[in-house]
Design a protein around this ligand. Structure first.
Ligand code: ADP
Ligand code: MG
Length: 613
C-alpha cells in the first residue's frame, strides 16, 4: 500500500482552524477591534453592512504595520505580541495567538491598508481565501484600515448557518459593547448600513456606560471598589431594583478583557442575595486587575474564558466588595423580597381594588369547546373542573346573569352569585394564604388558586381577545411620555412594535433609542412607570425567546400579562379575590397559566378526612 498521509495545504488548514476562531461576523468584529486596541489606537471606527455578512471594516489610528508585516500578518501564528513560550504567562495584549487574521483571510476577501507613522506611504494588501491577490504602496493615514468582505463566501455550510441580519447585528453589538465598556479611554464610532449609530467620546467608565445604555443609568449605578494585594476590583453594580430577568447586563473584565464566568457571576449574585427576587439577575460592570501571571487566558480559543490560580479567593473578594458597596450606599435589605419592585405602581391606584378586567364573554361561547388559550398540549384537568362550568362547583349557583355592560353593549357574565351566597350564612368564601394563594370552598372540598398565575391567565385571554377582535381600547395620555431603552432592548421593541400597538399602546420611535408613548391600553394606570413596563415586556420577550418558541404576538401578550398581573406578596380583599375568581372561570383555560403552569388545585374533602384518621 502506498503512503496515504499528506500535509494539508495551508489554505485548507486555515479554513478548518478558522471555524474555531471565527464562528460568526461578531467574532471577526471582536478580533479586529482587539487588534486595533493592541496597536495602541485611541480612536476606532467600526463599520458593518448586513449584520457583518457583506462588510466588516475597522479603521484605527494605531501603530500601523510596515510593508513586510502587512503581508506577514495573514500567516498563521504570525504575531508581534509574544516571542517565547514564557511570554504566554505575562500577556498584556488582547491578542497573542496570531491566528485571527489568518483565519479571517481564509474565509473572506480582505483588503488591508496600513501605514506606520515613520513611513511616508502605506501598504495595501488584498487577500482572498488565504491567497495573496495583490500588494503595493498606497497613500493612507497612519494606522490600519482593514475591510473584511463576504465572510464565509467560500464555506457555504457556514454561511448558511448564519442567522438573520438582526440576530447577527445583535451579536456584533454585544461584542462592541464589551470592548467599548472595557476601554472608555478610546473613542469609538459605529456605523451600521451607512448610519452612525454610536458616537462614544473618550471619558470615564460611568460616561461610557451611560453613553451605551442611556443617561437613566446614571442614577442606577453604585460604585464598587476594593483592593487587595493580589487583586483590585472597581466598577459599578446596578441597584437591586434595577435587576433584570435576564443576565444581559452582567459584565466582568479581567485586565480589561471581557470574560464569562458563571462562578464569578455567582459571587456577585450572592452579594445581592435577599435584595432581589430569586429569578432576577443583578446588573454589573466590574473590572478586576491582577498580575497576568495569576491568570491563564489561553484556555479558550476565543479567549472569553479565563482561569485564576486561586478562584476561591477571587470569589470571596468579589462577593465582599459588592456587599460592602451595597451596604455603604444604603441599599438596605429591608425590601419586601416577595414583591417585584415594579409591580405595585403598575397596577391601578393602590387603594382601589385590583379590578380584573370585566368578564366580557362571547354569548355564543361554548364552554366545552376550547381551541384558543389552551394550555400547551391541550391538557385539561379532566375529572376535576370543567372550564366554564365554574358555577356548578357550587351548590345552587347555576345562574347565568345577563347584564348591560358599561359600554352599553349587552354582555353575558358567567358568574356564581357571590352576593347571594355570601348572605347565605354570612360566611366568608375567600381566604388568602401568605398573600399568595386564594382558598375557597367548593362542592367537593377546597380549591386553592395561585393568585398571580390566575391573574396572568385572565389578562392573557383578555388581551388575546382584544387583538383577535381588534377591539383593544386605549386611553390617551394627558402628557405623552418618553422612554429610553438600551440598544438591545430597542432592537427587540422595534421587532414587536406592531404587536404592542395592537394591544392599545400608541408608541412611536423618537430618535435612536427613545420612544414616545401617547396612549396606553385601557386599564393600566396612568401613574404606572411606562419605562419599566416596556422594559419589562422587552425583557420577558428576550427571556421567552430563549426558552420557548411561541409566535411573537403570543409572546408579547404573555409578557404584558405577566408584567401587569398581581404578584405574589400582594394582599387582596375578599372582593378582589372574588372578582379574580370570577374572571378566571370566564377564561377558556382557567387551569393553566399562559406559561402552562397549573393555576389551581382542589383538595377534596375525602383527602382532608384521610388526614384526620
Ligand atoms: P494576534 O493579535 O494574536 O497577534 P492577529 O492575527 O490578530 O494575531 O494579528 C497578527 C499580527 O498582525 C499582530 O500581532 C500585529 O502585529 C498585526 N496587526 C494586526 N492588526 C493590526 C492593527 N490593526 N494595527 C497594527 N498591527 C496589526
Ligand atoms: Mg489579534
Amino acid at each position: 500500500m502506498s503512503d496515504v498521509i499528506k500535509l494539508l495545504p495551508d489554505a485548507v488548514a486555515n479554513q478548518i482552524a478558522a471555524g474555531e476562531v471565527i464562528q460568526r461576523p461578531a467574532s471577526a468584529v471582536k478580533e479586529l477591534l482587539e487588534n486595533a486596541i493592541d496597536a495602541g489606537a485611541d480612536h476606532i471606527r467600526l463599520i458593518i453592512k448586513d449584520g457583518g455578512k457583506t462588510l466588516i471594516q475597522v479603521v484605527d489610528n494605531g501603530a500601523g504595520m510596515t510593508e513586510a508585516d502587512a503581508k506577514l500578518c495573514f500567516e498563521r501564528h504570525a504575531t508581534s505580541k509574544i516571542t517565547r513560550a514564557t511570554d504566554l504567562f505575562a500577556i498584556h495584549t488582547m491578542g497573542f495567538r496570531g491566528e485571527a487574521l489568518a483565519s479571517i483571510a481564509a474565509i473572506s476577501k480582505v483588503a488591508l491598508k496600513t501605514r506606520t507613522s515613520d513611513d511616508e506611504v502605506g501598504t495595501q494588501v488584498l487577500v482572498e481565501a488565504s491567497a495573496l491577490q495583490s500588494q503595493g504602496p498606497c497613500p493612507c493615514q497612519p494606522g490600519t484600515n482593514i475591510s473584511v468582505k463576504n465572510l464565509f463566501y467560500n464555506t457555504p455550510a457556514r454561511r448558511n448557518f448564519l442567522k438573520s441580519e438582526n440576530v447577527e447585528k445583535r451579536h456584533i453589538l454585544a461584542e462592541f459593547q464589551r470592548i467599548a465598556i472595557a476601554r472608555p479611554d478610546i473613542s469609538f464610532q459605529f456605523y451600521q448600513n451607512d448610519q452612525l449609530t454610536h458616537q462614544l467620546n473618550k471619558g470615564n467608565l460611568k460616561q461610557r456606560i451611560t453613553g451605551l445604555f442611556g443617561s437613566n443609568y446614571n442614577q442606577r449605578l453604585i460604585p464598587v471598589e476594593e483592593e487587595t494585594q493580589l487583586l483590585a476590583i472597581n466598577g459599578y453594580a446596578a441597584k437591586p431594583e434595577y435587576s433584570k430577568k435576564t443576565r444581559g447586563e452582567q459584565f466582568f473584565f479581567v485586565n480589561k478583557r471581557f470574560i464569562r464566568s458563571h462562578y464569578l457571576n455567582h459571587a456577585v449574585e450572592q452579594a445581592f442575595e435577599e435584595l432581589i427576587p430569586e429569578d432576577a439577575f443583578p446588573g454589573f460592570f466590574l473590572f478586576l486587575e491582577t498580575d497576568p501571571e495569576q491568570i491563564d487566558v489561553n484556555v479558550h480559543p476565543t479567549k472569553t474564558e479565563i482561569k485564576f490560580q486561586d478562584e476561591r479567593f477571587v470569589y470571596q473578594v468579589i462577593k465582599s466588595a459588592v456587599k460592602r458597596s451595597l451596604g455603604k450606599h444604603n441599599v438596605s435589605p429591608t425590601l419586601d423580597f416577595e414583591q417585584e419592585s415594579a409591580f405595585d405602581d403598575i397596577i391601578t391606584d393602590k387603594n382601589r381594588p385590583v379590578r380584573p378586567p370585566g368578564i366580557q364573554v362571547n354569548p355564543d361561547y361554548n364552554p366545552f369547546q376550547q381551541e384558543k388559550g389552551m394550555a400547551p398540549g391541550g391538557k385539561t384537568l379532566t375529572g376535576r373542573i370543567n372550564p366554564g362550568q365554574w358555577e356548578q362547583l357550587f351548590p345552587g349557583a347555576e345562574e347565568v346573569h345577563e347584564i348591560t355592560g358599561h359600554q352599553g353593549g349587552k354582555q353575558t357574565i358567567i358568574s356564581p352569585d357571590w352576593e347571594e351566597r355570601k348572605q347565605d350564612n354570612g360566611q366568608k368564601k375567600f381566604f388568602q394564604l401568605h398573600n399568595r394563594f386564594i382558598l375557597t370552598p367548593v362542592k367537593s372540598g377546597m380549591m386553592v388558586i395561585d393568585q398571580q398565575r390566575a391573574h396572568e391567565r385572565v389578562l392573557f385571554e383578555r388581551y388575546m381577545d382584544n387583538i383577535a377582535s381588534k377591539s383593544a381600547t386605549s386611553q390617551q395620555l394627558l402628557f405623552p411620555e418618553n422612554i429610553r431603552l438600551n440598544e438591545q432592548e430597542t432592537e427587540i421593541l422595534k421587532e414587536i412594535i406592531e404587536d404592542i400597538r395592537s394591544l392599545g399602546f400608541e408608541i412611536n420611535p423618537l430618535g435612536k433609542c427613545s420612544f414616545v408613548i401617547n396612549a396606553i391600553p385601557a386599564g393600566i394606570s396612568e401613574d404606572s412607570s411606562l419605562q419599566e413596563c416596556v422594559e419589562g415586556i422587552v425583557e420577558n420577550i428576550q427571556k421567552n425567546r430563549i426558552e420557548l418558541k411561541h409566535d411573537k404576538q403570543t409572546n408579547v401578550v404573555r409578557s404584558l400579562a405577566k408584567r401587569l398581573a398581581v404578584k405574589h406578596g400582594k394582599a387582596l380583599t375578599e372582593e378582589e379575590m372574588s372578582t379574580l375568581a370570577d374572571s378566571l372561570f370566564a377564561c377558556g383555560a382557567p387551569e393553566y397559566s399562559p406559561a402552562g403552569k397549573p393555576v389551581l388545585t382542589i383538595i377534596s374533602t375525602e383527602e382532608l378526612s384521610e388526614r384526620f384518621k
